[in-house]
Design a protein around this ligand. Sequence first.
Ligand code: ADP
Length: 714
Amino acid sequence: MLFTLPLPEPFDYAVPEGMALVKGDLVAAPLSGNLLVGAVWDVRTGASNRALKPVDYVLEAPPFSEELVDFLDFAARYTVHPPGVFLRMALRSTEALGPSREQTVFAPTGRTPDRMTLAREKVLEAAGREMLTAADLARRAGVTTGVVTGLEKAGALKRSARAVDPPFENPDPDLPGEALTADQAEAAGELRALAARGGYAPVLLDGVTGSGKTEVYFEAIAEALRADPEAQILVLAPEIALTQAVTSRFAERFGAEPALWHSETGPANRRRVWREVAHGRARIVLGARSALFLPFRNLKLIVIDEEHDPSYKQEDGAIYHARDLAVARAKFADCPIVLASATPSLETLQNARSGRYGHLILPSRPGASVLPEIGLIDLRRDPPEAGRWLSPKLVTAMEETLEKGEQVLLFLNRRGYAPLVLCGACGHRLTSPGTDACLSEHRYSGRLVCHLTGFSMPKPDTCPECGAKDSLKPVGPGVERIEEEAKALFPEARVETFSSDTVQSGQEVRARVERMARGEIDILVGTQIVAKGHNFPGLTLVGVVDADIGLRGGDPRAAERTFQILAQVAGRAGRAERPGRALVQTHAPEHEALAALAAGDRDGFVEGELEARRMLGLPPFGRMASIVLSGTDQRKVEEAAKIMAAAAPDASGVDVLGPAEPPVGVIRGRFRRRILVRADSNVDISTFLTVWRARAKIPSSIRVAVDVEPHSFL
Ligand code: ADP
């Protein structure tokens, strides 16, 4: 059996007389003197040549499906992690293993108590609307719980038991959706056929922003529900896209709220969702990337919305890409998977082009809505005034838009007020302690913040280096500085900033998104969290403050990412009847990603980018991996990195580069060295890394992080 611990493999236990176990059963067994919960990974018959401790007991929870066990095992092998790390992702809420706790609730019996008071009347009124606990009833009625028990004694209220975690309502596939356009109907028809037939089938749903991809995959969900009355469906979306608007669309289309799974939903909801999924009673799950590890019993369809989104890649703890693993899960579950995007990743596009994935295209928006026109502003020719960041051309466009009573979105992928703080007296650059990164100034909080580690401190009055007073100067813009400029330019306008600093909780995100959608904000300044999925009907101008940020650095996906995020943010404009436009400020208008964006030539860009990757043997035409070694003693890290590199197995078609110091050489006092691996696409890079890792004797004080298909090159 396998424990939820980072151990290299499952352990053997004896099956006691009278206990029948199958692969996937959840059991408890002794390990170093403790009883621990785990899963049966395999059952072998016959005698063991060692004395084995017996399994202690079987848990009440439904066993994991064979599909899930095989998937977790695969995920561990593929990402070169101990399998227990992935079991832990699937078995997070031990409280959810048993049945739901019950609570006592009260309902009116219809009998009027002999003695009636105002307090009693209020309680009976509240109880008439829904079944509530004594505490809730008392709170609603504004009385003490004594009134509730008094009414029970008087025979006017009756108690009953109810599960604390209620089941989810069943979705209804036959409620009407939107009347589909011809293109949508064709794509929906193909997806319905796949959902009805079942079996592994990956499909790219490739439609421009606002083309109705959601409406189309709703049809696939409906068909999967019709085809199997117990079908379960998983829809993955970037965390930030799980706003009320999206959830409501599910609720409207299927007449029942989906089971929501993301970091904001809290332990009680997680327990409820986990249990209901395990029992097969939660039918549609809408979740962030970790929902992929939920213990579905009868998974019949997976949808990955915004499949290109970088947030599908998890980089701390277990390092995995949820899109890649979702395709694997669909394979093990033997069900279709729909990958939806307006700007698909090159990996997925290449899979579609080579015929490994189906490819459905929605070329236009339905009705009167058209795609925004995208123009480039060459900052070398049209620079902003000194000390400003918005060029005259963009300011004029903002003026025109606001005059018409329409909304503006200014996009800058940088939190805070300024990304850099310099001393005007001595030129000292303020950096994060123990980390190779600059501190950003945040004016709202009055602090200097490290965006890499989260470190922050109040902004000092004097330079820590030379002691000069009031000499620290912000350099460059962040969203807060753009907000300041927009307010100065348009004092009448309602200007707000939207970044992970200004919105702390999912609820605030929802509130602000809804206010923007209702037209209560004139100019919204935001980081990438505004780029995703939202529908703002009054928004007709998107201004990109600095398109070049993501093009710097050595990330092989820099051009692809820049194209994706700019196409997405531009796609927020003109979603309703009024046409939209996007103006993109850049110092490099000739860059192929920006030129293609302005020309609306995604296919041309993809073609060029794929060709370049093919020549370099980079994904999707080759494989990559990185190994980062880190520790507090720089010399030991360097030594360990050399040992690691020297232990690399000989294999043809594999290039090992490094060790080298990555762009960020120190984080939180830990020194880092990186080895990059590039392999031909026919190389099993996971096995190569596993063999390598086992051969290298690295001291336990050094952390070794293996990343198969790295997306971050810091
Ligand atoms: P995408 O997922 O491709 O961005 P959505 O499914 O969110 O697109 O659709 C964008 C907007 O257009 C939504 O408000 C949606 O309700 C609307 N819409 C999509 N298809 C239709 C249709 N056939 N008729 C009317 N409205 C539609």
